[in-house]
Design a protein around this ligand. Structure first.
Ligand code: PAF
Length: 276
C-alpha cells in the first residue's frame, strides 16, 4: 500500500495504475460504513485509491473541524487489511493554497436540509470532491447513503458538469442496536450513546406509520418529532419527509420518499435517514 501526500506524486502514480480505478473519498476515522465502500470498490476495480482528508471548507465556523476525530495510524492499518493500493493523504495547505478562490456551487437540492442548516457545507464538499476527482481521475467513486443528500449533490455535479466518472452509493451500515455508523459517534458519552438511538427509533416510527396507511407527511413528521422531544438529551434540527430525488418536502407521502433527520445529542449533531 502506497501512502502519498503530494498532489504531483499522486498524479504521477495515477499514470501507472491499471484501469478501472476506484476512489473512496473519506475524512478518516474509518468505521465499518467506510469499509463497506472500500470492500465494494476493491471488488469492482483493479486499482483502488482511498483519500483521507478532513476538509476544512465543508465545516462552518462554529462546527467541529478542530475536534473532528483523526486517527491516521488506525486508518492505515484498516486500509492495509483491505488491500488498498494507494492512500492519498493531502495536506490542507496544498489543497487550499493561500490565494485559493475557486468554488463549485450546486443549487437546488444542495440548498435544502443539510444545505439550509449548514450554509457553505455543500460548496466545500463539491469543491473538494471536484479536486479529488481531478487529481485521482477515478472511473468510479463510492459514497455512503447515510449522507444521502451529499451523494445526490455529487451525482448532480457529475451529471451537470459532464464529469467522466460513475458515482456508486451503498446502504447505511448500522450498529446492532440501529445507530447509523458515523465518525462523530465517537463524541458520544454513554448516556448520549443511549439517547442517540432515538434517531433510528423515530425513523422506524415514521416507516411504521406509513406502512400502516398514514400518508399525511405533516402527521408523520409531528409524531416523529414528538418521540424525539421526549428524549431529554435530544434537540431537533430538522425532521423531513421529502421527494427522494428533488428533496422537495412532501404533503402526501409517496415513494420514492426520503425520511431524514438531524438531531443534536448533547453537543453532537447526528444525521440519519431511511428511504420509503
Ligand atoms: O463524507 C465525507 O466523509 C466527506 O464529506 C467527503 C465526501 C470525504 C468530502 O470531504
Amino acid at each position: 500500500m502506497k501512502v502519498i501526500t503530494r498532489i504531483a506524486d499522486l498524479k504521477r502514480l495515477r499514470r501507472e495504475l491499471f484501469e478501472p480505478v476506484g476512489l473512496v473519498p473519506t475524512m478518516g476515522s474509518l468505521h465499518e460504513g467506510h469499509l463497506s465502500l472500500v470492500r465494494r470498490a476493491r471488488e469492482e476495480n483493479p486499482s483502488l485509491v482511498v483519500s483521507i482528508f478532513v476538509n476544512p471548507t465543508q465545516f462552518g465556523p462554529r462546527e467541529d473541524f478542530k475536534r473532528y476525530p483523526r486517527d491516521t495510524k488506525a486508518d492505515m492499518a484498516l486500509l492495509e487489511k483491505e488491500a488498498v493500493d494507494v492512500v492519498f493523504v493531502p495536506k490542507a495547505d496544498e489543497m487550499y493554497p493561500p490565494q485559493f478562490n475557486s468554488w463549485v456551487e450546486i443549487g437546488g437540492l444542495a440548498e435544502r436540509l443539510e444545505g439550509a442548516s449548514r450554509p457553505g457545507h455543500f460548496r466545500g464538499v463539491a469543491t473538494v470532491c471536484n479536486k479529488l476527482f481531478n487529481i485521482v481521475q477515478p472511473t468510479r467513486a463510492y459514497f455512503g447513503q447515510k449522507d444521502t443528500q451529499q451523494a445526490a449533490v455529487i451525482k448532480k455535479m457529475v451529471a451537470e458538469l459532464d464529469m467522466n466518472l460513475e458515482i456508486v452509493t451503498l446502504p447505511i451500515v448500522r450498529e446492532p442496536d440501529g445507530l447509523a455508523m458515523s465518525s462523530r459517534n465517537r463524541y458520544l458519552n454513554p448516556d448520549e450513546r443511549r439517547a442517540a438511538l432515538v434517531l433510528y427509533r423515530a425513523l422506524t416510527l415514521g416507516r411504521r406509520l406509513w406502512d400502516d396507511g398514514e400518508k399525511d407527511a405533516g402527521k408523520i413528521r409531528r409524531e416523529m418529532a414528538r418521540m424525539i422531544q421526549k428524549e431529554p438529551l435530544a434537540r431537533i434540527d430538522y425532521v423531513s419527509i421529502a421527494h427522494a430525488e428533488t428533496l422537495d418536502e412532501l404533503d402526501i407521502v409517496e415513494p420514492p420518499a426520503l425520511v431524514s433527520l438531524a438531531v443534536k445529542i448533547g453537543g453532537t449533531r447526528l444525521i440519519d435517514n431511511i428511504l420509503l
